[in-house]
Every structure is written in C-alpha cells, then in structure tokens.
Design a protein. Structure first.
Length: 128
C-alpha cells in the first residue's frame, strides 16, 4: 500500500511535460535546439577529420610526384640518397593517412530523437 501511495504523490506527467502549453512548447524547443547543436557538432567533427585526411593525402601525392620526377630525370644512381629519403617519407605519409579516422554520423539516429520529442509533446496535449 505504501508503494501505491508514493506513486500517487508524485506527478510524473507534470514533471516530464510541465504545467502549461507554453512551458511544454519551450521545453520542446530547447530540446530541439540542443539536438540540432549536437548534430552540427558531430558534422563539424566529421568535416575536420575529412579535412585532416585530405591534407595527409595531399602530402602523399606531393611525395609521389617528387619520386616520379626523380625516376624520370635520373635513371641511374645519381640521386640514390634522395630517392631513398623520399621513399621513407612516402611510407610515413601513408601511415599518417591510415591514422586519421573519420567519424560516422548516423542520420537515422538523429531522426529518431526528433520523433521522440514530437511524441512527448503529443502525449502532453492528449493529457490536457
């Protein structure tokens, strides 16, 4: 019996959805704004990772171009040290590319948050 009495004392609908329509609307608006801020933050992180990977790929292509130029200009052993140095730079640049990870943004998961917020507001309106 004490358990049922404790449930009656609490007001779960009021705690979750507030007393008035204005408060419910403002709460939903704030949650939506926060959700979109989080989505923008995820996309910003993804864009930064893509940019970092692009920079590393440019470095690889730069070193590959130098290496090809040396192959064409000096077919013999004239620049063996520089060629070996460029080969090691190429290996290091390729390792850097493998180290850059791009986060995956799941649009369906972001959409499910929107459905939950709209459902909560709809439930509040039905309760009134």
């Amino acid at each position: 019996m004490a358990f049922n009495r404790d449930l009656k004392l609490k007001k779960p609908i009021v705690e979750d959805y507030s007393y008035s329509l204005e408060e419910a609307f403002n709460k939903g608006k704030n949650e939506t704004r926060d959700r979109y801020r989080a989505m923008l933050f995820m996309y910003q992180n993804q864009l930064e990772a893509i940019t970092a990977k692009h920079d590393e790929e440019r470095e690889v292509y730069r070193v590959q171009g130098k290496l090809e130029l040396l192959k064409e200009l000096f077919k013999k052993d004239a620049r063996r040290k520089e060629k070996n140095k460029l080969k090691t730079e190429l290996v290091l640049a390729k390792e850097k590319i493998d180290g850059v990870k791009i986060p995956y943004v799941d649009c369906l998961q972001c959409f499910s948050f929107c459905v939950v917020s709209a459902t909560n507001i709809g439930i509040y309106l039905l309760v009134l």
